[in-house]
Design a protein around this ligand. Structure first.
Ligand SMILES: *[C@@H]1O[C@H](CO)[C@@H](O)[C@H](O)[C@H]1NC(C)=O
Ligand SMILES: *[C@@H]1O[C@H](CO)[C@@H](O)[C@H](O)[C@H]1NC(C)=O
Length: 358
């Protein structure tokens, strides 16, 4: 039996009044916090450009016309950075799928011409991958960039800038070489790689940064142990010798813009002898500058740059996002390997399980 409560009516009214007041105050404050959070996060152009029911004009590329003069004077080198991305302190947020551009920067020639119609085939495949997730597929013709007498490989960098220029809402540009096949079309880039949570959990801490093999040429420089997710603007992997730019993510930010400018500095880097072109430039900046290391996150290689050959730390294994045919021309195996993997796209069977050997 419940104890009988004395004169409920008045007591209750007295207790309820202040509680209502507190509730009301808390809700008001919450609404304002949410509003301001939202206001700070989402630039107004976002809504303007994606207003419901309004057809989005397809972005016109200029792939078939050469640049009239040196690339740094062209409008497509001059991409904008929103207010929230201008500080070196950075920001952390989970990108929307539609703000991810999958960029293939190529002239369709080079080593890969060993594989018939390789560009058409991978672009078609990337289009399907993008459609599935709501990413944007983009091909830019690197032959049209005027990069002076520098090696053509450098022209991937103006392509990254142009991707940001053409897609003003793009938050991340994923630059992938033509000689790459996406093996796991289900793979969710945001969940696995780009969200603050994924960065926090997945980036390598205290891992040696390579400049040649570790045994022969140790650099004694490691990735940051206590990086800040807010500062991570570039994502890359290393093979057994060096960072590899065959598959790299760039975030729209002041740091990224500064880095693209520095990498292509003609006097210091782009006009100099660099066997590995833009890849050497990034490696050099990382080895030389703590500031750069703080902003470049390194994932383990197979996260988004598995090769055909190599142990469990390097070679493609079932479930990996992609396979990269880096160096396949050395043994003249490009076509053979390409066709073999092409036939296994999206496979779910046990084909190349981890062996337990690095
Ligand atoms: C790529 O650019 C070069 C130089 O502007 C041009 O000659 C070539 O036709 C372009 N390729 C395509 C497929 O548009
Ligand atoms: C870098 O990492 C290596 C391997 O994990 C470790 O042996 C070395 O002490 C680290 N160096 C520094 C300077 O932290």
């Amino acid at each position: 039996m419940l104890p009988s409560l004395p004169s409920m009516g008045n007591m209750q009214a007295l207790q309820m009044l202040p509680r209502r007041g507190i509730l009301l105050a808390v809700s008001t404050v919450t609404v304002f916090i949410v509003l301001f959070q939202f206001y700070g996060d989402v630039p107004v152009e976002y809504y303007r450009n994606y207003a419901p029911g309004e057809a989005m004009a397809p972005m016109a590329t200029s792939n078939d016309t050469p640049q009239p003069a040196y690339f740094k004077g062209q409008p497509e080198w001059d991409w904008t950075i929103p207010e929230h991305a201008r500080s070196m302190n950075g920001y952390a947020r989970t990108p929307q799928n539609r703000d991810i551009v999958v960029l293939t920067a190529s002239d369709g020639g080079g080593h890969n011409s060993a594989i018939p119609n390789v560009l058409e085939r991978v672009l078609d495949d990337r289009q399907k991958y993008c459609a599935r997730h709501g990413y944007t597929n983009l091909w830019l013709n690197t032959s049209r960039y005027d990069i002076g007498d520098a090696h053509r490989t450098w022209s991937k960098i103006p392509a990254v800038a142009e991707a940001f220029y053409l897609h003003p809402n793009a938050e991340w540009v994923w630059l992938i070489d033509t000689d790459i096949i996406i093996m796991t079309p289900d793979y969710d880039l945001v969940k696995e790689l780009l969200s603050p949570k994924a960065l926090q959990a997945g980036l390598l801490r205290g891992a040696p940064i390579l400049d040649g093999t570790l045994a022969e040429n140790p650099t004694y420089i490691n990735t940051t142990e206590d990086f800040r997710v807010e500062e991570i603007d570039i994502l890359i992997t290393q093979d057994h010798q060096s960072v590899n730019t065959g598959s790299t993510f760039f975030r729209r930010s002041a740091f990224t813009r500064w880095t693209l400018e520095m990498m292509t500095d003609y006097t210091m880097l782009m006009g100099q002898e660099h066997g590995g072109a833009e890849q050497d430039a990034l490696k050099h900046l990382m080895l030389e500058h703590r500031l750069v290391r703080d902003h470049v996150g390194i994932y383990s290689q197979r996260k988004f740059n598995a090769y055909v050959q190599g142990g469990d730390n390097m070679g493609y294994r079932d479930g990996d996002l992609l396979v990269h045919f880096a160096g396949c021309w050395v043994g003249g195996k490009c076509q053979e390997w390409f066709e073999e993997y092409w036939g296994k796209k999206g496979h779910k069977d046990v084909w190349k399980p981890a062996t337990g050997n690095a």
